[in-house]
Design a protein around this ligand. Structure first.
Ligand SMILES: *Cc1c(COP(=O)(O)O)cnc(C)c1O
Length: 368
């Protein structure tokens, strides 16, 4: 079967970054600020996806009335390409991102994208920009697929035309100073998502609405915000752009517990992956309701030994302090915990190809 990447017309840049400068940028990686030489672009018009192309990275030209600029039909994804020990490059679970992308598209009344277009765009871009995939420990090439509505029309209705793109940014060790726990602010003023809303869609607007609460967390000396449910302001949902886990014990065995998917939290692929990996490590994984007051009580009694967050960008980040109005609770002496670290090592090992990929999560990119 032809590789999905062959659907794409390839237009190489006439002035790619010289190798020496690229190597310079890969030595001091600035995540999210530096992009590779190319981008993948596909247009949706007349009811179909067309003009699939990988071309030089550069500005888009949009009509000022483009509906994304007014009504915010915009969704995105994030996954990574990892250099393998044999020099090949593998994507981590891109099919899961494709499925979630189409669920987000559905929620925002946007068209679905075929799997071969989504994966083919990633393969074609990574193949062309393969020199940008770093090989150091903890490094990867972060891929950012996104879709925007481009109809030049101010009427409020789903757009008829869209652009799908993937851009790529080298990602270094997320915590260059070494991994250390973050502090979180449990926000009762603001909510991220309400029942029936867009909480489980990876849409741009969710992030726009989160920034003020994130600023509030900073004002309280915290690194991140913890979102509670919109109705009772009590059930823990997630943290900033990451899902949360709480480590209990059953006898001696760790049980990693994460809030159940209620429709208002984002179904993270790292979350799903850790629930599978837990079994490999002899842990139990559980999804259920987690009221903040129960969690604080259980941390105090020692029933919860660790709290950590997970997501594609940072993989696993321990939580060392939970704050809110009228309380402040240290977790695990504000230190990295053994369960979080064991899961992190297990996941990074699979992603970097140093541990066997027994679940079939790696998707090798044809580098022709
Ligand atoms: C993307 C995202 C996550 C994490 O999802 P992963 O697939 O694990 O990267 C969690 N919460 C929010 C709000 C997100 O946008």
């Amino acid at each position: 079967m032809a590789s999905p990447a062959s659907l794409f017309k390839i237009t190489p840049s006439t002035n790619p970054l010289p190798a020496a400068e690229r190597e310079q940028k890969l030595k001091a990686i600035q995540f999210g600020r530096v992009f590779t030489d190319h981008m993948a672009v596909v247009s949706y018009r007349d009811g179909k996806w067309q003009d699939a192309e990988v071309k030089p990275y550069g500005p888009l030209s949009l009509d000022p009335s483009a509906s994304v600029l007014h009504y915010g039909q915009a969704i995105f994804e994030g996954f990574k390409a990892y250099r393998q020990p044999d020099g090949s490059v593998s994507l981590f679970r891109p099919e899961a991102n494709w499925e979630r992308f189409n669920r987000s598209a559905h929620r925002l009344a946007m068209p679905a994208i075929p799997q071969d277009v989504f994966i083919g765009a990633a393969e074609a871009l990574v193949a062309l920009d393969q020199a940008w995939v770093p090989s150091g420990s903890g490094e990867s090439l972060y891929l950012r697929p996104f879709m925007i509505a481009t109809d030049p029309f101010l009427g409020v209705r789903p757009s008829d035309e869209y652009l799908f793109l993937i851009i790529a940014s080298p990602a270094g060790e997320y915590f260059p100073q070494g991994l250390k726990p973050v502090s979180v602010w449990a926000s009762k003023e603001y909510v991220r998502a309400a029942p029936g809303g867009t909480g489980e869609a990876k849409c741009a607007g969710n992030y726009a609405a989160s920034l003020l609460a994130q600023a509030e967390a900073k004002d309280h000396g915290c690194d991140q915000v913890i979102w509670l449910d919109a109705i009772q302001r009590e059930l823990i949902e997630e943290m900033g752009g990451m899902n949360l886990f709480f480590v209990y014990r059953d006898g001696g065995e760790p049980v990693i517990v994460t809030p159940a998917l209620t429709g208002t939290l984002l179904p993270g692929i790292t979350r799903l992956t850790l629930l599978s990996l837990a079994a490999d490590l002899g842990y139990k994984g559980e999804e259920r309701r987690l009221p903040l007051s129960d969690v604080l009580r259980d941390i105090q009694s020692g029933a919860i030994s660790e709290v950590f967050a997970c997501g594609t960008a940072a993989v696993i980040t321990p939580v060392g302090l939970i704050k809110g109005r009228g309380f402040e609770q240290v977790v695990n002496n504000n230190e990295n915990g053994p369960v979080a670290m064991a899961l992190r090592d297990a996941l990074l090992g699979i992603q970097r190809g140093t541990a066997p990929d027994t679940h079939g999560w790696l998707h090798q990119v044809p580098l022709a």
